[in-house]
Design a protein around this ligand. Structure first.
Ligand SMILES: Nc1nc2c(ncn2[C@@H]2O[C@H](COP(=O)(O)OP(=O)(O)O)[C@@H](O)[C@H]2O)c(=O)[nH]1
Ligand SMILES: [Mg+2]
Length: 335
């Protein structure tokens, strides 16, 4: 029995071992990913992002428990936040509260190490997610922290993206940038027990209007606008307008509503055809990244390093433009 078969049969130890192989981009890990690929494509991937301390880990804990207990789903959590309480030995943020989850075979929590992964964290996260998918985990939560490219990469990976905000983190406008709002499918105002929750919610709703001009146009004109600016034929399914939901993760309040919104979004994606569109776009970017990697590797085999360095130094001396350098390296002539 090999590792792949053991993982497909639900062996947790094999799963943990395989995740490490995949994360470290070993030969065995790559071969396993290939073998597992036909078994992927069934999971609902949910990205959870937002500033540190907004309560993402607490929310994911609660959601995992909810989907486990209420829906009987197998749930995996991938924590990409290096400061996350999932990391550093502690399996779960609040051990007492989540004790029932920790021993549950239907739940698997994995912290991503930011080190080592060749293709970058996004690639490694995608690979780990595929392993969970193949292993039969139906809901996969991916928690990331920060602001910028990492969030956009997560959104590209996920079917549903939750953006989490909370009152009392200083300037709300600063805490959540319009760029993050653009990727949100569901907005969460967590820590609703804290003063200022109403203000945070109002601010988010205001920014949402600005961040989703096409959705606003739809609301105002009754049909979506095409990228050309011309109106498209109205589709059967209406556009998704991101709901803004309040939660108190520490007390489990608003979790049922949030879970329903996540399921509702999945239904919407399937009904509108966006599920397939997202899958295709995700697989395309994965394919393109691999192609790029392989083409460069092949090129490196054909062109000796010394030759490459020589051309590079001529570019540095401004004797060649980068375009000429590429032609020279690929075709042997600069023009
Ligand atoms: N008052 C209150 N505290 C919360 C709530 N949710 C999380 N917290 C606390 O906020 C802190 C940060 O939570 P955590 O889930 O680690 O946030 P993350 O950094 O976004 O993952 C922890 O001490 C939590 O117990 C909430 O709804 N209300
Ligand atoms: Mg966290």
């Amino acid at each position: 029995m090999n590792l792949v078969e053991n993982v497909l049969e639900g062996d947790r130890l094999a799963l943990a071992r395989l995740l490490s192989q995949v994360e470290n981009d070993t030969e065995e890990g790559r071969a396993a990913l290939e073998a597992l690929f036909p078994y992927t494509g069934n999971a609902h991937l949910i990205g959870v992002t937002g500033a540190p301390g907004t309560g993402k880990s607490s929310l994911v804990n609660q959601l995992a428990r909810h989907f486990r207990k209420e829906k009987g789903c197998r749930v995996a959590v991938v924590a990409v936040d290096p400061s996350s309480p999932f990391t550093g030995g502690a399996i779960l943020g609040d051990r007492v509260r989540m004790r029932d989850l920790a021993g549950d075979p239907g739940v698997f929590i994995r912290s991503m190490a930011s080190r080592g992964s060749l293709g970058g964290l996004a690639t490694a996260t995608a690979a780990v997610t595929q392993v969970f998918d193949a292993a039969g985990y139906e809901m996969i939560f991916i928690e990331t922290v920060g602001a910028g490219q990492a969030e956009v990469d997560v959104a590209r990976l996920a079917h549903t993206t939750l953006v989490v905000d909370a009152p009392g983190l200083g300037d709300d406008i600063q805490a959540i940038k319009a760029g993050i709002l653009e990727i949100a499918d569901i907005l969460v105002v967590n820590k609703a027990d804290r003063p200022g929750a109403e203000y945070t919610e109002r601010a988010l709703k205001g920014m949402l209007e600005l961040a989703h001009p096409t959705r606003r146009a739809f609301l105002h004109h009754g049909r979506p606008m095409g990228t050309s600016g011309q109106e498209e034929e109205p589709r059967d399914a209406p556009l998704w307008v991101p709901p803004v939901l309040r939660t108190i993760a520490t007390q489990g309040e608003g979790i049922t509503e949030l879970a329903e919104a996540i399921l509702h979004h999945a239904e919407h994606l399937r009904a509108s055809g966006d599920w397939a569109t997202r899958e295709r776009a995700r697989l395309q970017s994965e394919l393109d990244a691999l192609l790029q990697e392989m083409l460069i590797a092949r090129f490196r085999e054909d062109v000796p390093q010394a030759r490459y360095e020589e051309v590079l130094s001529r570019v540095f001396q401004r004797a060649l433009s980068p375009w000429e350098a590429v032609r020279l390296l690929l075709d042997g002539r600069a023009s």
